[in-house]
Write a protein that binds this ligand. Structure first.
Ligand code: SF4
Ligand code: SF4
Length: 226
């Protein structure tokens, strides 16, 4: 899932200060699961902004809407009938959802209500851990299901750096070295041979950004338009 955290309230209050009618738009998927931008959080933020606005003597209106996924045109269409009534949209979706909202309603100012933090997992109640950096060349089969690109601060692909100390990371002694974890996992599962092949350097070019993925079943459909 994509994990995000709400921006500081003062930053949001400042961002909406010049708009009279603001629609706070939640997203019902990842940001709802990480308790940041779902229907409930959108309602709470709307109420907070309303109270702060009144205290500051401003004449503003804050309403709330929530769509299933802001990163999906089909669900964004649910907002078609209402966005025109507002001077700005304050999105609580991840960065992808915010951009899609701004693209679809390009005539409206769209404001970011959250900071998107990472792709991760729900470790415990209210706790999320980063697990993947979407590098598009996954090595998890070789590394025992532990990602060195994410867990090692240097993103090393061929074993630990010289700084590892007693299985801990040199950048943070409270954290296990990713490569110690990988070694132990491979040892436990009888796959230490996985460490033999040298992994080549990754292509770090940024010229292919932003990336696009087309499902194989739809390739002919979209190549026909090129
Ligand atoms: S190697 Fe790590 S960052 Fe790359 S896709 Fe796999 S889990 Fe994600
Ligand atoms: S100690 Fe391990 S996790 Fe830390 S930077 Fe070196 S290889 Fe990466």
């Amino acid at each position: 899932m994509i994990v995000a955290e709400r921006k500081k309230f003062d930053e949001l209050l400042e961002a909406v200060s010049t708009y009279r009618r603001v629609l706070v738009v939640g997203c019902g998927t990842c940001v709802a699961v990480c308790l940041t931008g779902g229907e409930k959080e959108a309602g709470l933020l709307s109420a907070e902004l309303d109270i702060a606005s009144q205290i500051n003597g401003r004449d503003q209106v804050f309403d709330t809407a929530c769509v299933e996924r802001q990163c999906d045109r089909e669900f964004l269409a649910d907002l078609d009938g209402v966005v025109g009534q507002y001077d700005a949209l304050l999105s609580l979706a991840c960065g992808a959802g915010i951009q899609f909202l701004a693209e679809k309603y390009a005539q409206q100012p769209v404001l970011a209500g959250v900071n998107t933090t990472f792709i991760g997992v729900n470790q415990d109640v209210g706790v999320w851990d980063e697990k993947c950096r979407a590098c598009r060349d996954c090595v998890l089969t070789l590394t025992g299901g532990i990602c060195p690109v994410t867990l090692c601060p240097k993103g090393l692909l061929n074993g630990p750096c010289g700084g590892t100390i007693d299985g801990r990371c040199e950048t943070d002694p409270d954290k296990d070295c990713a490569w110690t974890l990988i070694y132990r996992r491979l040892e436990e599962t009888g796959r230490l041979d996985n460490l033999q092949p040298i992994q080549p350097p990754r292509a770090r070019s940024v010229s292919n950004l932003p990336r696009r993925q087309i499902h194989a079943a739809y390739e002919r459909r979209y190549s026909a338009h090129e």
